[in-house]
Design a protein around this ligand. Structure first.
Ligand SMILES: NCCCC(=O)N[C@@H](Cc1c[nH]cn1)C(=O)O
Ligand SMILES: [Zn+2]
Ligand SMILES: [Zn+2]
Length: 482
């Protein structure tokens, strides 16, 4: 059905956002200029992260928010050193018991970026080309955090009552595993979070360049390390080659036994608990705006494993997948060194989907690797450990906030959203859902080609500005439904 044009307050809000869009872009430019990289553990970058946290806190205070900077302690590094973790921002604006309280989660830290990695522009100087705002953090996640702030500041600037009570949880260590955040959520369950009715996360992307999306689930992940050890020291292959079981040969056989060339995981029992596909679910994939050829071309992949949109999306979102990530201890530099590594660690992970069970998966993986290894009769020692177990997340799309977001999307973009899932994991979504036990929604703003974590990361000016309107419209829809 066609969307009706905004009226009254909403029209005023949209006009204000359009008129002030250059100021909003300027603030994003100031934020992108801060190299708030949490991944590289060095003191000067931690100082940048602290500066970034200060900028965001000041911005929230200027809106009239009550801001708490919660001390998050120190990160212990493997070399014995420690680095400060930036404080986590807990902020709130309004506490009217007649209004719903919506809590926004976002992060201020970014992935590392150096111009020589293949950026055309300086990654820390926001540069606009053809309506694309290039710069590290523009889409992940400074742009979306600011879009939420822009929406709030618009009501403030127009001297209009905020339709909802707003809370913010903004951290600076997401790209490094959200150190200290889960502990804080547990600690504040009965405090800061006790009045929260809804949680919104905008830290993923649409599946399309033009059609907005609402995300209703993500995969989880189980991460494994398989170590094969002969001794702690490397060998010379001229001196030892031919007379011992080489750890790399064992490891390559182990890793080679995990998945076949059609992408099927070869671990016995691994698909046993995967939820069956229903007819209703199948229809949801048909409706999604995805041009397979365009997707394939823009990904620079010659051929995907699946050739229909439905099959491709299902294998990205609702089936498990196994990826091999790397080998620690292997010779990987250029040149031809004749080494036999004495000890190697293979790293792989399995993306988990409903209703897979993390400890069952762990057992199946260990049993399978034990079996493959035992068949080799190797004298080496194999040790398998699961270092990370993250559950998949499924939204309740019948919650009021999903309805409100759908209506707001229709008003701003004139279209129904793609109801998507995400193949990666945003661990905090499940943690919020389990701990706070309130509705969690993922409402992405960025387009599929934004290149998060990659060179030439960008957010389109259109997505950033319409995204700011979307949040404002969402506040009003939430108030109507309450
Ligand atoms: N679009 C958001 C992606 C966020 C992200 O990259 N999350 C990581 C989290 C993770 C999972 N296993 C280890 N870390 C991801 O790889 O999905
Ligand atoms: Zn992110
Ligand atoms: Zn990220």
């Amino acid at each position: 059905s066609p969307s009706s044009p905004p009226t009254g307050l909403l029209e005023k809000v949209f006009q204000y956002i359009d008129l002030h869009q250059d100021e909003f872009v300027q603030t994003l430019k100031e934020w992108v200029a801060v190299e708030s990289d949490s991944v590289q553990p060095v003191l000067h970058l931690r100082r940048e992260l602290l500066r970034m946290t200060g900028l965001a806190a000041d911005r929230l205070r200027n809106l009239g928010a009550h801001v708490d900077l919660v001390d998050a302690g120190f990160q212990q590094l493997p070399d014995g050193q420690s680095l400060p973790i930036p404080p986590i921002i807990l902020a709130e604006l309004g506490n009217d018991p007649k209004k719903p309280t919506v809590c926004f989660y976002g992060h201020l830290d970014v992935q590392p970026a150096r111009q020589e990695d293949g950026w055309v522009t300086d990654p820390h100087t926001l540069t606009e080309v053809d309506g694309k705002l290039y710069g590290r953090g523009t889409t992940d996640n400074k742009g979306p955090v600011l879009a939420w702030i822009n929406a709030v500041s618009t009501f403030r600037a127009l001297d209009e009552d905020l339709p909802v009570n707003v809370k913010f949880v903004i951290e600076g260590m997401e790209e490094a595993g959200s150190l200290a955040l889960e502990e804080l959520v547990q600690k504040e369950k009965a405090g800061f979070f006790s009045s929260v009715d809804y949680i919104v996360i905008s830290d993923n992307l649409w599946i399309s360049r033009r059609t907005p999306a609402l995300t209703c689930g993500t995969r989880g992940n189980s991460y494994f390390m398989v170590e094969v050890k002969c001794r702690d020291q490397d060998f010379h292959s001229g001196t030892f080659g031919g007379i011992l079981n080489e750890p790399m040969a064992d490891l390559v056989a182990l890793l080679g036994s995990l998945v076949d060339s059609s992408g099927r995981i070869l671990i016995p029992g691994i698909y046993d608990h995967v939820a069956p596909v229903t007819e209703e679910e199948k229809r949801t994939y048909e409706a999604i705006d995805l041009d397979l050829e365009e997707y394939r071309n823009s990904s620079q992949v010659k051929k995907f494993l699946f050739h229909t949109k439905e099959e491709l999306l299902m294998h990205l979102w609702r089936y498990p997948s196994l990826s091999i990530h790397g080998i620690e201890g292997a010779f990987h530099e250029p040149g031809a060194k004749t080494v036999i590594p004495g000890r190697v660690i293979g790293k792989f992970s399995i993306r988990l989907v409903p209703h897979m069970n993390i400890s069952v998966v762990e057992k199946q993986v260990k049993q399978h690797l034990d079996y493959i290894f035992s068949k080799r009769n190797s004298s080496n020692q194999m040790t398998v450990s699961m270092t990370l177990g993250l559950h998949p997340w499924v939204a309740n799309i019948r919650d009021n906030q999903y309805l409100a977001a759908k209506r707001a999307i229709k008003t701003v973009f004139g279209t129904e959203p793609d109801m998507i899932r995400d193949g990666s994991t945003i661990p905090i979504a499940k943690i919020f859902q389990d701990t706070i036990q309130k509705s969690v929604m993922m409402l992405p703003l960025g387009a599929v080609d934004d290149g998060e974590h990659s060179q030439k990361e960008k957010i389109n000016r259109w997505n950033y500005i319409e995204g700011s309107k979307l949040f404002a419209a969402f506040f009003l829809e939430m108030a109507k439904l309450h």
